[in-house]
Design a protein around this ligand. Sequence first.
Ligand code: KG4
Ligand code: ZN
Length: 361
Amino acid sequence: MKILAIETSCDETSAAVVEDGRRILSNIVTSSLPLHKITGGIIPEIAARKQLEFIIPVVEKALELPKSNIKTRIQHPRELFDYIDLIAVTTGPGLIGSLLIGVETAKTLSLSVDKPLVGVNHIHAHLYANWLSDGDQPSFPAIGLVVSGGHTELFLLRSHENIKWLGGTRDDAAGEAFDKTARLLGLGYPGGPAIAAAAAKSQITNHKSQINKLPRPMINSNDLDFSFSGLKTAVLREVNQLKTNKQFDDISIAQLAYEIQESITDVLVKKTLQASQQYNVKSILLGGGVAANKRLTEKFNLEIRNFLPAGEAGKFEINLHIPPPALCTDNAAYIASFAFYHQKQIPWQELMADPQLPVEV
Ligand code: KG4
Ligand code: ZN
């Protein structure tokens, strides 16, 4: 089965064709990120205006790519859809203006080329980037951690049909913590990659640190919730102190970036492993932009050995699945994969964008 998926929940405009939930035939992603770099954060109106420009060419390209080896010329645009079985689209959560572009496009296409339609929850779908692989497929039960710019959520997946929300952030998301603290350090937007790059420089200096260890918010709370807003306050205090002492230089910034990355990744790893042990799962699935963080992968690989018992053949009982970086950040391929495993069709007249679509199921 070949699914055309559309994703426009934030600043990306993406369309993909995926076969049987696993094989990516095309995955086109454009972004208005360069414009948001100038303002240091996403301006929703600018994102939506750009998506309106991008959406038709992006969908066209995604449909054309898998057809490029077919020699016959297309007489009518409708023929581009010949081989598509279903159209999927992100309905929420996200920015209303952005979501509407994708949803209205998908509805129009569904009506005009007569293909069934499926609406997809963007946050649940992030985890399905782990099925877009020829390698080992995730086995159930699994713990899923979605860490993006707006979300930090833990899920228990007993099967494709049985996904339960376990906990999430009470204030800022992990990505938001990276973005906000990067801004305090003057590192620009998006903050995650900027903090990771600055942190990497901290290890090649012997400069004696004046920086205090940052807190690990809620790391020992006996639940599966997160809180990252206090970290921002702690970083602000450090930055002010460094500025007062005239020590706010590249070396201190690198060390502070390192500490920030350590704090956020420590909490994410600990809570995810705690949930994995609690529910005795076979796999851990990561998704969302923050899952592209290399230190997070490194720490998971290390801690999974310390935290969890070895299996019979010396193999660890829990398999860790982390998508390649390009599939961690927003793209339509995982929307298609989710739709393949959840083919809940909806008439085009009933499909609605919902910026507040709940993730708690
Ligand atoms: O999933 P995503 O692309 O968009 C949302 O749905 O929000 O996630 C974007 C978030 C941003 O906060 C960005 O700073 C963070 O992911 N991010 C990273 C890295 N790459 C992107 N955070 C840490 N390390 C990275 N390498
Ligand atoms: Zn996302």
